[in-house]
Design a binder for this molecule. Structure first.
Ligand SMILES: [Zn+2]
Length: 141
């Protein structure tokens, strides 16, 4: 009777155990395909300007401070639109959005195939464009 030797388990006390491989946690925002839409925030700024103007000309001018407090929420009015699932949300909360398309790209560590600039790049381009138009409007007025 020929008994084959059983494989012996490694003796963890004497053999070096390789350190576990730690993968860098992937940021889901790197794998999103989104379009940034600032028009709701622009509309809010226009309404804010008109309201502030009316309050300054009104019977109690110190009330103009109240709309300034509303500007705290202005970044929440900048929206993103996901090209994978079609969901629209608030731009500051974009990092919480992980639909199946984003998760699949995140697992594969695949960059999104899109000709659009990154969401942050789109926001900067919008800021430049809207700031330029606003500056021209102020100069012309
Ligand atoms: Zn999505």
């Amino acid at each position: 009777m020929d008994a084959s030797p059983r494989p012996t388990p490694p003796d963890l006390e004497f053999e070096a155990v390789p350190a576990p491989i730690r993968l860098r946690p992937s940021d889901p925002t790197e794998h999103q395909r989104v379009v940034v839409n600032p028009f709701l925030a622009v509309l809010a700024v226009l309404a804010w300007g008109e309201l502030t103007h009316r309050l300054i000309d009104g019977p109690f001018p110190p009330l103009f401070v109240l709309p300034i407090l509303g500007l705290i929420f202005l970044p929440l009015l900048v929206q993103f639109h996901c090209l994978d699932c079609g969901r629209t949300g608030s731009y500051p909360l974009r990092s919480r959005h992980a639909c199946p398309g984003v998760l699949a790209r995140s697992r594969l560590a695949e960059a999104p195939r899109s000709r659009l600039p990154s969401a942050r790049g789109q926001l900067i381009l919008w800021a430049w464009a809207i700031g330029s138009v606003g500056l021209l409007w102020l100069v012309a007025a």
